[in-house]
Write a new protein. Sequence first.
Length: 243
Amino acid sequence: VYKEFKDVIRKVIEIKIIKNAGKNELSLTKLELYSCIKYIDEKTLTLLLRKEDKKPIKLSVQPKELDWLILIALNNLAKAYSKNSKAFNPVEIKLINTIKLLSLIKVTVDQDSIILKILDDTLKSSYHNLAFYDAISEYIVLRYNAKDDNSSIDGIKSIIDTFLNKLISRNLGGYEIIAIVNRGLANIFSVAENLGVNIEDADKIDKLLLEISSYSNADRARAVETILYDLYRITTGEIREKI
């Protein structure tokens, strides 16, 4: 019965999107936002919120609904996600769906700052799968690509600092090493570079270089191509020379 209910919800959202295909934005109600978060899986939601040319659909919501999405839905799901230590986190899909919805909605710099603070606190709280890193990257990139000039520079810098701190302290799981070192987070660093983010903590860079020096030859070489190259792009002077 639950699966049938989910299928009905998905179909209702799908029909609404198709009906609004010719419009620049898709307006969603609080109930529709809630349904997208709870009843649609991540891959299906991604497909539904994509135009025929593969570009994401812009979403619009009323101010009250946006406040609910950020301050209630995102905040509560992030806390529940952080408290769950199971290998398969049942809250993860709902949290990622919420981040995905927010990435397609126009927000102010202050709202973006709140969203990034919640994501940063969540990032610090525990170990994460690749999907969570992908969701953060997608949010930052889509927000920047929206050309609204509403990206929080301090928020993005803080998230990058958290990446570095996790590597230095070794407070991260295997998937996180894959995300930060093996695959890299070039898109986030590209946005940071374009926004003028500058990492100025020489001591932190020294600690990171020391940590990377303990890696195997293969992992060290990969780190040079990913995290160190990306840091080189957002540093200057003596710190850049260290890298």
